[in-house]
Design a binder for this molecule. Structure first.
Ligand code: ATP
Ligand code: MG
Length: 580
């Protein structure tokens, strides 16, 4: 029941299709009783010697016609029903992906990639099977059984029918027992599958690290354990599945024994004819499939329900960053303010930002420096609204950002994250990600600004080079510059560079920063970096330590102040000079 409830939106939408498919299936079942009945009466005619050639010909023609008709109907219901289940599969996947794109980073901390992939593949498949194969088996069970039993009673003998059906309740009992166990084992198998996905993903993406530490054997062993677990759990599912058929065959077999034994007795008693006995046994045979179908139905339903529960649990997780019901309107961002902002990551045990206040006017450049782990990335992420913030603590144009829609905020921002993310597409597609319709000239300019022009010439297919998964084809510095070109192409109101130039040499870095300064005059830029020369021209520089601002000012002021900044700057200058 919960299966239907959870998917009611789909069934409501597609009910005509289901009605057609179910109607035709029922009709096919009903037509199926005609041939055995004809066979029975032909046999009786033979026995009494009253069969004429004309009659026989008529019967044969009728049977052939019937077969053709059923052929057509079966074709239609199969395509309709399974077409629906394929559609459901597609809809669920699309929904899942749309749901995932709305989730904040904390969702992905809770749900591993492998788990989500298992949902998008195995679970969605199990659900669509229930909506297709499951419906088919259910209809066959209900209609098939009803039709056959009605025919047995009305055309042959209710006594014989009752006797033959004595074993049937055992089928129901056995199947409901097995069904429960199936569901339990199936859930365990799916969970193990998710874990295996995770491990496979990790092994493949981390292959280079694993190799360089000569951990292949160790990695293979641990993967072996996981696959072993998946195998054992799937074996358990298979073991219980394997019980369905034999149990049903056994019980139906007993029905046959009763049918033949008691039926022959009734023929001797002349209560039924020999032809009727034969028809009856054919009908009994026709019950096997509905019974097996019942077992299959329970089996598929249990798996579908387990999967639909898993999927619903994922859909039920709301993003912890919600859009306001009545978003404030703001065309362009002007001043950016942090007002005594303290921030702790969900689930973390200490604050990553403590009492941070700063103001940045439109068009200014902010430099963020400080030791590793001091909170630079964390501060930048506050502007992207990745995490829920205390109301009113972060403001853009004087509006608290929780009153703006996430989409609005992100449309202003070009973000180059610290961990560059490239898609396994061409360089051009990677750069034009935010502006898919960008002209060649626009792309060229963005590349020029990111000082990437020379590198393009060295790539085998230039801009059309496919960079491989997460850009394996490119060097670290090249990846960074593709990410920067991507952000610059959008020409965002606010540009965020999170340590985005760490892998390029100092000369290239200063060229890029020079481009950014001239091209982006009047627009806001935030730069987090370890190389202080990158921010010395910034309008305001903030030094973080342990999530707190310990120094701030312009380059000159900080040099005069003589704290961490001055010491660090001088050391880096010295190093640079030594290298030259
Ligand atoms: P780096 O210079 O190495 O990039 P950073 O200044 O950018 O460092 P952050 O990434 O902002 O440092 O991290 C600040 C603190 O927040 C660190 O102590 C880190 O352990 C913690 N932290 C970062 N991300 C998370 C997270 N997703 N969940 C919990 N804690 C986190
Ligand atoms: Mg960082």
């Amino acid at each position: 029941m919960s299966f239907i409830m959870r998917l009611s939106w789909f069934f409501r939408d597609r009910w005509i299709h289901y009605a057609v498919a179910i109607g035709l299936m029922a009709l096919v079942n009903i037509l199926g009783i005609i041939p055995p009945r004809m066979i029975g009466s032909v046999i009786d005619s033979i026995r009494t010697g009253s069969l004429t050639a004309g009659e026989l010909q008529q019967s044969v023609l009728l049977l052939v016609g019937l077969a053709l008709l059923v052929y057509g109907m079966v074709y239609i219901w199969i395509t309709t029903l399974f077409g629906n289940s394929i559609l459901l599969e597609k809809l669920l996947r699309t929904r899942l992906l749309a749901h995932l794109t709305r989730m904040a980073p904390s969702f992905f901390q809770r749900n591993s990639t492998g788990e989500l992939m298992a949902l998008a593949t195995n679970d969605v498949l199990a659900i669509s099977q229930t909506a297709g194969y499951g419906v088919m088996t259910l209809v066959n069970t209900v209609v098939g059984t009803a039709v056959v039993i009605t025919t047995m009673v009305s055309l042959i003998s209710w006594k014989l029918m009752l006797a033959a059906l004595i074993p049937m309740p055992f089928v129901v009992m056995a199947i409901s027992r097995l069904g429960k166990e199936t569901r339990k084992r199936f859930i365990a198998a799916q969970a193990a599958f998710g874990k295996m996905n995770d491990q496979a993903l990790e092994s493949i993406s981390g292959m280079r690290v694993i190799r360089s530490y000569v951990q292949e054997k160790h990695d293979l062993e641990s993967f072996d354990r996981v696959t072993q677990d998946v195998m054992t759990k799937n074996m358990k599912v298979a073991a219980i599945n394997a019980l369905f058929h034999p149990i049903i065959s056994l019980i139906v077999g007993m029905s046959y024994v009763i049918g033949i034994g008691y039926g022959s007795y009734l023929v001797f008693q002349q209560e039924i004819t020999l032809g009727q006995l034969i028809s009856f046994n054919i009908y009994l045979g026709m019950l096997i499939w509905p019974m097996i179908a019942f077992g299959e139905f329970i089996n598929v339903l249990q798996r579908g329900t387990a999967s639909v529960d898993r999927l619903s649990a994922s859909f039920a997780q709301q993003s912890d960053v919600q859009d306001p019901s009545q978003p404030a309107q703001a065309e362009l961002p002007s001043r950016i303010e942090l007002d005594h902002l303290t921030f702790r990551y969900p689930g973390a045990s200490s604050d990553s930002l403590r009492d941070v206040s700063l103001t940045l006017e439109r068009g200014q450049t902010l430099g963020l420096v400080g030791r590793t782990g001091s909170g630079k990335s964390t501060l930048l992420k506050q502007l992207l609204r990745y995490y829920p913030v205390e109301p009113g603590k972060v403001r853009i144009s004087g509006i608290p950002i929780e009153q703006l829609t996430v989409e609005r905020i992100r449309s202003w921002i070009g973000y180059v994250p610290q961990e560059h993310l490239l898609l396994s597409k061409t360089v051009r597609q990677n750069i034009a990600l935010g502006v898919p319709g960008a002209t060649d000239e626009q792309v060229r300019r963005a590349i020029e600004m990111a000082s990437f022009t020379q590198d393009i010439a060295q790539l085998p297919q230039g801009l059309e080079t496919v960079v491989g998964e997460n850009g394996v084809m490119l060097s670290g510095g090249q990846k960074q510059r593709v990410s920067i070109a991507r952000a610059l192409l959008v020409n965002p109101e606010i540009l965020i560079l999170d340590d985005s130039l760490s892998a390029v040499d100092a000369r290239t870095e200063s060229a890029i920063l020079q481009h950014i300064r001239t091209e982006r005059a009047g627009k806001t830029t935030l730069i987090a970096t370890h190389r202080l020369s990158a921010v010395m021209h910034a309008d305001w520089i903030v030094v973080l330590e342990d999530g707190r601002i310990i120094e701030e000012g312009t380059h000159e002021q900080l040099m005069l102040f003589g704290g961490w900044y001055k010491e660090q700057f001088e050391r880096q200058q010295l190093e640079a000079n030594l290298q030259e």
